[in-house]
Design a protein around this ligand. Sequence first.
Ligand code: ZN
Length: 274
Amino acid sequence: MEEYKNSYEQIPMRKGRKSKKRNTLNAKKVLFVIFLILLILVVIIRTHKKDNDSYNNLGENTTQVSASTDDKTEDETSNKDKPKKEITDWRLTLVNYENLLPEDFEIEVANIDETRQFDARAIEYLNKMMNDMRKSGISNVWVQSAYRSVERQKELYDNSVNKYINQGKTQEEAEKLTDEYINKPGSSEHNLGLAVDFNYVDNKFEDLKAFTWLQENAENYGFILRYPKHKEDITKISYESWHWRFVGEEHAKKMNELDMCLEEYVEYLQNVDE
Ligand SMILES: [Zn+2]
């Protein structure tokens, strides 16, 4: 009986010791978790400060910490708040339906031949590309159209609109149809002097060896297919196999690697962290 009593008494004692141990263990765990959370908070706040120097007050830091529980929210928050970087590289000048060239836009052009001109800073790359293409046995390729003044662009645009009007379209319909292939004056890359159209300026060009060669090699000379089929919804220009744009070798290669058209690539550069 005594033995039983003793052992009975021992049980709660042992239990007590055990739970004391467990309490110590739990306390250690809790301290460790608190330490981890503090560490994560410090890292988040420091990263955030680096991201944006204007985030100096506590209120915004708190917002950032709570946003960080959801990666998506955090990304969206920081992208929205981060100022976009300015792209100053002349080779990446974006000209399209919403980015018109300023009226006073001027470039120095050099002659491709008697009638055609290209940006003087980029013409050597165009010439080298054409020469190497011919050296590789492709002879039926020529530059049909390159630099075009804004006045010339206006002429082309108006001619096209008139053509459709003569076919019975309204002014609005005619402009819509024209917009698919001809940019409004000031919004064409040809006004910029960094784009070339090859051969007959139609999509039969993609059946030629020249097109295949360009797809494989143009990036080495800094040229990209500017209006690909699968980017029509972004460029707002119908697929043009004949229209190639100079952006410089490193950008052309990166754009092909990322499968981005110029609109996407410029936006990517504006937001990317160095
Ligand atoms: Zn073109």
